[in-house]
Design a protein around this ligand. Structure first.
Ligand code: PEP
Ligand code: MG
Length: 554
């Protein structure tokens, strides 16, 4: 058995034979010719065919993976029609008196070198796109089709790297998984892979020859491993995990694409909680309507030093682009208490849960807050981003946040940096916020109830202390009444209210939340479909006529 590790871009288990994907390397020869007109015409003919193929790929991707992810094929069309690119090819053909293939290959090299040397990461990535469109032309000039996997049985594709066009061209029913030696988590290919829901690994150091080609293997997209010729025990274990996955998928198949609507017509938003963009794969797989809580502090926790504006911007942009128009609620830094970061150099506190954490840090160390806000506002220009502020207790905090937000917007405007108009909401996770929720609701676009902290602060029970498990009761009438009160106050002010704490995923309370009028539940991706099932089976008005758990009737 050989085991290779990579970075997972989509989870799941795939079992099957490996097919090493060899790029149709174009051997380009420099051939002198006096007939420049003919070579230029050959190029233009190939270009028209390539544009046709790209239009087809765009349509295919649009149906399969949505507009945002299909956009790359529009970019390729634009690049192919770019004047500089075409003039370079024509110039090489006519002045050097050479064949079209050579002119395309030289232009491709020159342009990709130019793009890769740029500082801007977005432009750097365009180097791969220039190569991709040029290879397409070269293969058309050679009379072939670009990058086709010819196989009868479904296989695990192992490749050096896969260009977006190659990924989307893979016949999905012939591909169990793909594993690449190179590739970046933020590349279009990775985004497409996640959206196509194929278990995939990138950055996997493995050979691309007969040592693996045609061999039996298992890809473990959860732990980022590929086992080539696994031993019996490993295989049995992975097979069992695959069976469990398939069971989950069955449920998924039945409920995927269905609206979250009760028997009596009440709609509810069912979103997912994530802590990392790696989780986006399962979000899409489980058909979440959006992201209701992106715990951004994990970006800080994974680093040795403060993440820069640019680093954060890229992460938030990836999240909104991958979610393709669906709402992505990013919670600002909630560090402190159980989430400690050395470089924040926080003093030891007697009661950290009641101490210097979350918005309290942001409102006193505004530079840290502003860096994050700049990244968030910039990313909001790329999709449906919403911002949420944690640990609110008072109205003045929200007013102060709004002032800082205005400062950030003014700075971005002065610097002529583009930004969107994100919705801004707050977490309701302290009893104080519940009690003043009527006033708070007038200041924000939405509420999201953090029942983990709300329970801790309402019941005066440290949520980290296992000795208090007996007393920690998230179903306590006080907690349920607070949820109800928060939702009522939100609705009075015309805003929506959801739950993003763990209680939101408690299926024994789903009907009660519906009866209270909760507008959104944000849960771990795996909980989405079980909750959707309950929603589809519930008649809220009928349920309300019985005794439901709203804190008053208990
Ligand atoms: C909560 O408190 O319910 C919540 C969602 O936030 P966290 O668990 O990250 O504190
Ligand atoms: Mg909390």
């Amino acid at each position: 058995m050989q085991i290779y590790s990579g970075k997972s871009v989509f989870s799941g288990i795939a079992i099957g034979k490996i097919c090493v994907y060899q790029k149709s390397e174009q051997q380009v020869k420099r051939v002198r010719t006096e007939d420049g007109e003919k070579e230029w015409a050959r190029y233009n003919e190939a270009k028209e065919k390539a544009l046709d193929q790209l239009r087809g790929l765009y349509e295919k991707a649009l149906k399969e993976v949505g507009e945002a992810n299909a956009a790359i094929f529009e970019v390729h069309q634009m690049m192919l029609e770019d004047d500089d690119y075409n003039e370079s090819i024509e110039n090489i053909i006519r002045t050097q008196k050479v064949n079209a293939e050579y002119a395309v290959a030289s232009t491709s090299d020159n342009f990709s070198t130019m793009f890769s040397s740029m500082d801007d990461d977005y432009m750097k990535e365009r180097a791969a796109d220039v190569k991709d469109i040029s290879e397409r032309i070269l293969s058309l000039l050679a009379g072939g089709e670009k990058g086709k996997v010819v196989t009868d049985e479904p296989v695990i594709i192992v490749a050096d790297d896969l260009a977006p066009s190659e990924t989307v061209q893979l016949e999905k029913d012939k591909v169990l998984s793909f594993v690449t030696v190179h590739g970046s988590v933020n590349s279009h290919t990775a985004i497409l892979a996640r959206t196509m829901a194929i278990p995939a690994l990138i950055g996997t150091e493995m050979p691309l020859d007969e040592r693996v080609d045609g061999k039996f293997a298992v890809v473990d997209g959860v732990n980022g491993k590929i086992y080539v010729e696994p031993d019996e025990e490993t295989f049995a274990e992975l097979k069992e995990r695959q069976r469990e996955e398939l069971e989950k998928k069955e449920l998924l198949l039945q409920l995927k694409g269905k609206e979250n609507i009760t028997l009596d017509g009440k709609k509810i938003m069912l979103y997912a909680n994530i802590g990392n963009i790696k989780d986006l794969a399962t979000v899409v797989q489980n058909d979440a309507g959006g992201i209701g809580l992106f715990r951004s502090e994990f970006i800080y926790l994974e680093k040795e030093d403060y993440p820069t504006e640019e680093e954060q911007f890229k992460i938030y942009k990836t999240a909104v682009e991958t979610m393709a128009g669906k709402r992505v609620i990013i919670r600002t830094l909630d560090i402190g208490a159980d989430k400690q970061c050395d470089y924040f150099k926080m003093e030891k506190e007697e009661n950290p849960a009641l101490g210097y954490r979350a918005i309290r840090i942001c409102l006193t160390q505004t530079e840290i807050f502003k860096t994050q806000l700049r990244a968030l506002f910039r990313a909001s220009a790329y999709g449906n981003l919403a911002i949420m502020y944690p640990m609110i207790t008072s109205l003045w905090e929200v007013k102060r946040i709004k002032e800082i937000v205005e400062e950030v917007k003014a700075e971005l405007t002065a610097e002529e940096i583009e930004f969107g108009n994100p919705q801004q909401g707050i977490m309701i996770e302290t009893p104080a916020a519940v009690m003043v929720s009527g006033e708070l609701a007038k200041e924000v676009d939405f509420f999201s109830i953090g029942t983990n902290d709300l329970t801790q602060y309402t019941l005066a029970i440290d949520r980290q202390n296992p000795k208090l498990d007996l007393f920690y009761n998230a179903h306590h009438p006080a907690v349920l009444s607070m949820i109800k009160m928060t939702v009522e106050n939100a609705h009075k002010a015309g805003i929506w209210a959801g739950i993003c704490g763990e209680l939101g995923a408690d299926t024994s309370l789903t009907k009660d939340f519906l009866a209270m009028g909760v507008d959104e539940l944000s849960v771990s991706p795996g909980s989405i479909l079980p909750i959707r099932k309950i929603i589809l089976e519930t008649n809220v008005e009928e349920y309300k006529r019985g005794n439901y758990a709203d804190g008053e009737t208990l």
